[in-house]
Design a protein around this ligand. Structure first.
Ligand SMILES: [Cu+2]
Length: 355
């Protein structure tokens, strides 16, 4: 036995007796422990119900992908049964030798003709499914840039107006929307499982795709290309809404920021200016015009903050500003842990008020 093997498999101190006992224990295992695997499977399938689930399609493209998955799964099950059946047949029932002609027919038929037909069939079924995602949309175009580790989002209306936002995407239900995707510095990947397939975001290049939500709702998107320390903390909210609600929302999103509505929010706004937050953040209608971080003009109306990692309330915003580097390793924003909690809360009240 090598040293390593001895290290990882120390001899059982209780010797052979221990081994016998283990055997006895196994037969006495309570019946419910055998449920483990099926419980795991159930838990796994329960995951398919969530708002970030491929098998719970809320858009045209995701629906065709889900059908493709079930067709492939069905095909695989049929093939598996066929091969297993054949195997059982030749090992249990037909144990005499096969004639050479039969054997050759089986190898050529089962090993060449059959798989070629099945795979060609699947390919000709699945390839045309990509066409819709390559269909140009007809309403707004959404430009999304993968940043470190957040999403810069710009809506471009058919009239050419541009509305800047971040970390959240709103879409009209029933319309096909074009996404123009790129990245800053490293490759990211853009994926809204409930709505469709994913597309890589590559620095210096623009990829595009389109998506058509068929039902209103709040979904979750996620970066799906490892992009650094906080890759797993790079998500976003997607809200599919009725077309008229979407138009109204876009109108509001295009406006300048609301002025602070309370004394606390005013103190927060003053702190925002004094601490130099505006060097990195834009709040339209104020002196803050930075472009390093997310646009905060309407940050208060987003469903979450920090690219989908925290709820959007005064406490969470204060936490984010105080412990940014702790909440998101290697983040591009310094943390302001020197500020007293009350000041952080004022900042939170100001930002939450930017609806
Ligand atoms: Cu990423």
């Amino acid at each position: 036995m090598s040293d390593i093997a001895r290290m990882s498999f120390p001899p059982d101190p209780s010797g052979p007796r221990g081994a016998t006992r283990a055997k006895v224990d196994r037969t006495r295992r309570p019946w419910w422990t055998r449920l483990g695997p099926s419980l795991l499977l159930t838990a796994g399938l329960a995951g398919c119900q969530g708002r970030q689930a491929v098998l719970n399609p809320m858009g045209e493209d995701a629906a065709s992908l889900a059908t493709l998955f079930w067709v492939m799964l069905g095909g695989a099950v049929v093939l598996w049964l066929l091969v297993t059946g054949l195997f059982i047949y030749v090992t249990r029932f037909r144990t005499t030798e096969m004639s050479r002609r039969w054997a050759e027919a089986l190898i050529i038929g089962g090993g060449v003709i059959f798989p070629t037909t099945v795979l060609a069939g699947l390919l000709s079924y699945s390839l045309p499914l990509m066409a819709t995602q390559r269909t140009e949309g007809d309403g707004v175009v959404v430009h999304v840039t993968g940043e470190q580790w957040w999403w810069r989002v710009t809506y471009e209306t058919p009239e050419g107006a541009r509305v800047v936002s971040a970390n959240e995407i709103r879409l009209p239900v029933g319309a096909r929307t074009t996404f123009r995707l790129t990245a800053n510095q490293v490759i990211h990947s853009f994926w809204i499982p409930a709505l469709g397939g994913k597309t890589d975001m590559i620095p210096g290049r623009e990829n595009w795709m389109s998506l058509k939500p068929t039902e209103a709702g709040l979904f979750r998107g996620q970066c799906t290309e490892f992009c650094g320390a906080s890759h797993a903390l790079m998500a976003f909210e997607v809200e599919a809404m009725a077309p008229e609600d979407f138009e109204a929302w876009l109108d509001r999103e295009a406006r300048d920021a609301a002025p602070p509505a309370s004394a606390a929010a005013e103190r927060g706004a003053a702190l925002f200016a004094a601490e130099g937050c505006g060097a990195c953040h834009t709040v339209r209608g104020t002196d803050a015009i930075g472009r390093v971080g997310p646009d905060l003009t309407h940050v208060g109306s987003r469903h979450s903050i920090g690219a989908g990692i925290l709820p959007n309330d005064v406490e969470a915003i204060a936490d984010w500003i105080e412990r940014t580097e702790h909440l998101k390793p290697e983040v591009d924003m310094p943390q302001y842990d020197h500020l007293p909690r009350e000041a952080l809360l004022d900042l939170g009240r100001y930002l939450k008020g930017l609806e």
